[in-house]
Ligand binder design. Structure first.
Ligand code: SAM
Length: 161
C-alpha cells in the first residue's frame, strides 16, 4: 500500500467524514496527506519547512510559527503525519534549536489555530525510537488536549479542549 492509500484508510477510520472540514497538515512533505484529504472533500491548508508540495494553500515556513501564517481558532482538524520524530528532530539539529522547547512550541501553536473540540491527529513513524520525540501524553494534556485514542502506540487522536 502506498502512503496516500495508507493515509486514506487512516483518515477514514480515525477522522471519519472530513467533507467540508477545515483541515491543516503540518509538515506536509510532497502532499500525499493533503491530496488524500482534498479527495475526501476537506478544505485543506498545509505548511512545510520545504516546498516539495505546491498548491495555492501551501505555506513554506516553520511549524513553530503557525500563527504567523494562519488565523487563530480557525481549524476543525490538524494532522501531523511523520512530522514529530526524526523530521522535527533533524530540523532542530539543522537550526540549532532545543527539541523539547520546539515540540512544546509547535503544540502551543497548533492549539492556538484550532477550534474548541477540534481534532488533532499525530502519527509518529519513529515512535519505536522514543528519544526522537519528547512528547508524552501528559504534555498534550497540559497544553489543553484530551487523548481520544491511542492506536498501536504510534498514532494519537486528541481533542482540543
Ligand atoms: C517525513 S516528511 C512527512 C511528509 C508527509 N507528512 C507525509 O507523511 O507524507 C516530514 C516533513 O516535515 C517537514 N518539517 C520538518 N521540520 C519542520 C518544521 N519545523 N516546520 C515545518 N515542516 C517541517 C519536513 O520538511 C518534511 O517535509
Amino acid at each position: 500500500m502506498n502512503a496516500a492509500a495508507g493515509y486514506a484508510v487512516l483518515f477514514k477510520d480515525i477522522l471519519g467524514n472530513c467533507k467540508g472540514k477545515r483541515v491543516l497538515e503540518i509538515g506536509c512533505g510532497n502532499g500525499d496527506g493533503v491530496n488524500t484529504l482534498q479527495n475526501m472533500g476537506a478544505d485543506v491548508n498545509c505548511i512545510d519547512a520545504g516546498s516539495k508540495h505546491v498548491s495555492p494553500t501551501h505555506k513554506t515556513g516553520s511549524a513553530t510559527e503557525l500563527l504567523k501564517f494562519f488565523q487563530p481558532g480557525s481549524f476543525d482538524t490538524v494532522v501531523a503525519l511523520a512530522f514529530f520524530g526524526s523530521p522535527l528532530a533533524k530540523w532542530c539539529v539543522e537550526n540549532g534549536k532545543d527539541l523539547r522547547k520546539t515540540e512544546l512550541a509547535v503544540l502551543g501553536q497548533i492549539k492556538g489555530l484550532m477550534k474548541t473540540g477540534g481534532l488533532l491527529l499525530v502519527y509518529n513513524a519513529d515512535a519505536w525510537l522514543p528519544h526522537l520525540s519528547t512528547l508524552r501524553h501528559e504534555d498534550y494534556e497540559k497544553t489543553g488536549f484530551a487523548v481520544v485514542k491511542n492506536i498501536r502506540n504510534d498514532t494519537l487522536l486528541l481533542r482540543r479542549e
